[in-house]
Design a protein around this ligand. Structure first.
Ligand SMILES: Cc1cc2nc3c(=O)[nH]c(=O)nc-3n(C[C@H](O)[C@H](O)[C@H](O)COP(=O)(O)OP(=O)(O)OC[C@H]3O[C@@H](n4cnc5c(N)ncnc54)[C@H](O)[C@@H]3O)c2cc1C
Ligand code: FES
Length: 304
């Protein structure tokens, strides 16, 4: 999306400082960096990500392995796994970085056994990250399910670095327990952000899709398009709806996209995102790991 100068990144070792469960299938992993890595990760932008090497992480005891993962989890984890940053904090010598993760398969299941004091190999910070264009007065954040972490990180940056921007967050999930945006939002961001929630089962907020709340809100609360920015992360169907609303209202919109990533550094071509070429009727394939994961919705051709 942005032709920025290549940012520093590298292969580093981090120390695990915490790893605990925060929801039904959700965990929060704390990593600590020192020396050069601390300086580099201190500047990590919301929307950027890292690749974790989980090849030596152990399996949990068999009684806690979900039945649906019993076979799959035995295989070796050869490829690194990508995760967004959810929280980055730094002092003069160390940078701590938190990841919010959902147990979905063999890698994330093994991640649950990482414990305080262990070391882990990391490549990052990767990708471009969100940006805040000049002149924006309102930020509308739309988070769906596991799309919450990079937007939670973005709220910290907006609240800290752009105190005059009004922030309204729309957070959706299947159930109340899966509303990570709500449960993991720390102060002072929680006090400064107007929040609207939706769940599929109606256990919290509006019953239905968060995109319906978002569209309704925009109808009832006209905003100045030039002064507004939409940021979104979540399932691709949701991103496509957010992009459509942004187009109708002529509001700039940045989305963080997900693709299966084998290398994370632009070598394997496994993470292609079809993008329009401005002013031409053609499309090109960009790489989610290198050109993204944050894209301007005007360029993305959604795969639905
Ligand atoms: C840029 C980026 C940032 C991410 N940030 C986070 C985060 O902050 N927290 C988090 O929990 N997850 C995040 N993910 C997704 C995370 O990388 C995958 O859930 C993880 O790699 C799954 O590994 P696994 O071995 O447990 O599951 P696997 O056995 O590899 O896969 C289990 C299931 O999940 C699906 N899956 C795996 N990776 C992805 C993906 N990238 N997109 C869509 N479906 C996938 C597979 O198709 C399969 O159905 C991110 C992905 C990307 C690309
Ligand atoms: S993950 Fe290999 S090129 Fe993007």
């Amino acid at each position: 999306m942005h032709n920025e100068i290549e940012k520093p990144k590298g292969n580093f070792t981090a120390e695990i400082c915490s790893n605990h469960q925060v929801g039904p299938k959700f965990y929060r992993l704390g990593l600590e960096f020192s020396a050069r890595a601390a300086k580099i990760f201190a500047k990590a932008k919301p929307g950027q990500f890292l690749e974790l090497d989980l090849s030596s992480a152990a399996l949990p005891p068999s009684e806690v392995i979900p039945a649906e993962l019993a076979d799959a989890c035995r295989r070796k984890i050869l490829l690194r796994r990508p995760f967004s940053f959810f929280n980055v904090a730094t002092d003069s010598e160390r940078t701590t970085l938190d990841i919010l993760y959902c147990v979905l398969g063999a890698g994330t299941l093994r991640m649950t056994t990482l414990s305080k004091g262990e070391s882990i190999s990391i490549i990052g910070p990767l990708g471009n990250g969100f940006c805040v264009p000049q002149g924006k007065q309102t930020a509308l954040l739309v988070a769906g399910g596991m799309g919450a972490p990079p937007l939670l990180h973005l709220t910290e940056t907006l609240v800290g670095d752009y105190p005059d921007i009004r922030i309204i967050a729309f957070a959706g999930a299947k159930t109340k327990e899966e509303l990570l945006f709500e449960t993991q939002l720390d102060r002072p961001a929680a006090e400064k952000i107007e929040r609207i929630t939706a769940t599929d089962d109606g256990s919290a907020g509006y019953r239905g899709f968060i995109t319906d709340c978002f569209t309704k809100w925009l109808k009832e609360n006209p905003v100045t398009a030039d002064e507004t920015m939409i940021y979104s992360c979540g399932p691709e169907e949701m991103l496509a709806k957010v992009a459509q609303t942004a187009k109708e209202k002529n509001i700039d919109c940045q989305i963080s996209m997900e693709r299966l990533m084998a290398c994370g550094i632009g070598l394997c071509q496994s993470c292609a995102v079809e993008c329009r070429v401005e002013g031409e009727g053609q499309t090109v394939y960009k790489l989610c790991c290198k050109d993204g994961p944050v894209f301007d919705t005007k360029e993305v051709v959604f795969k639905l």
